[in-house]
Write a new protein. Structure first.
Length: 338
């Protein structure tokens, strides 16, 4: 696991990012009656060579965050700076150059690969597109692209003889390896990994995580890694951001977060994760949260976690807590620490 170095300039900086999806009524004369606040004002930085993990329960806005950063969704507001470029306001040609250095690995290896394309076509597609636009230095010919495809296949653990097969001929783990090879093709600086192991068997998950760690060391990659599995995030992440209802509630170095969680939601999340030690498991207390997660289209006056928080105070109902720095590598948004 790479060391986190705060002295470096961040590779990716997200500031007050919001992604609201309108709720409309009417067929002809549409009228907006509300909005789903999938991401509601989050800020963080990702430094070269590290893995920032984002964790939270389903529906908290993790995947939307990644898609907004990659400009697959146009953010409602906020800024995304990558390698010195403002992605939100960048013209299409500059965005295309930036995407060469920012690639994605998707959650579902069954849906993210074109079933009508062979493995060779899938992995070579980004190389072909950028070669045709004269955006590769040096430019690559057909034979060079073919050789690169075979090298990438072997690096991710696939037999190069399978390059003319189609995705349906592979298992889930093999398909995710194809997706990783495609993401590596353009030699990116950062990979946005949107729950890349959640659809895989546990035994295959560890293989894919080990492969990603090896590739990070070899190529100096930076990861923004999304997961809802706390064990996966702990294994691969340098730092961890905890999301709840479109907000980051805690951001910390990985070891610090797991040994000293501060936010009541983080404590509840960690208490729900099993520990493979019967004695510790018997002694520790589960934190059972009351109520359900509020609707993401609700407008909050106070803390987003107020309705379910076991430590809530009157002040929390009407004031949204800002992120407060507790130590060099630990921030939390909670009135208990203000």
């Amino acid at each position: 696991m790479p060391e986190h170095n705060n002295s470096k300039q961040p590779l990716l900086t997200v500031t007050d990012l919001k992604q609201h999806f309108p709720i409309e009524t009417g067929f002809i004369f549409k009228k907006q009656i509300g909005a789903v606040r999938a991401v509601d004002g989050i800020s963080f930085s990702v430094y070269p060579g590290e893995t920032l993990g984002i964790v939270g329960e389903s529906g908290c806005g993790k995947s939307t965050t990644v898609r907004s950063i990659a400009q697959l969704y146009k953010p409602t507001s906020g800024s995304v700076w990558f390698n010195g470029l403002d992605l939100v306001n960048a013209p299409q040609d500059k965005l295309l150059i930036a995407r060469k250095e920012m690639q994605m690995i998707f959650q579902d290896p069954y849906a993210s690969l074109n079933p009508r394309m062979t493995v060779r076509q899938i992995i070579s597609e980004p190389l072909t597109i950028y070669s045709n636009r004269n955006m590769l230095d040096p430019p690559m010919g057909k034979q060079e692209i073919e050789g690169e495809v075979e090298e990438l296949m072997e690096r991710v653990g696939l037999n190069r003889l399978f390059k003319n097969r189609y995705p349906h001929e592979f298992s889930g783990g093999q398909r995710q390896r194809i997706g990783i090879a495609r993401a590596l093709a353009l030699n990116p600086k950062i990979i946005l990994a949107d729950e890349p192991v959640s659809a895989l068997d546990v035994s295959i998950q560890s293989q894919i995580l080990n492969l990603l760690s090896e590739l990070q060391k070899e190529r100096g990659l930076t990861y923004l890694f999304i997961a809802h599995d706390l064990a996966v995030i702990e294994y691969i992440s340098t730092r961890v951001a905890v999301m709840y209802l479109g907000k980051i509630v805690e951001l910390s170095a990985s070891g610090e977060l797991y040994h000293n969680p501060l936010h009541p939601y983080t404590k509840a999340l960690l208490s729900a994760a099993p520990i493979p030690d019967p004695e510790i498991e018997r002694k520790r207390k589960r934190i059972i949260l009351s109520g359900d997660v509020p609707s993401p289209n609700k407008v909050h006056k106070g803390c987003y976690f107020y309705e379910r928080c076991p430590n809530r105070m009157d002040h929390c109902a009407t004031n949204i807590p800002p992120m407060k720095k507790i130590s060099d590598n630990h921030e939390v948004a909670c009135w208990l620490y203000q």
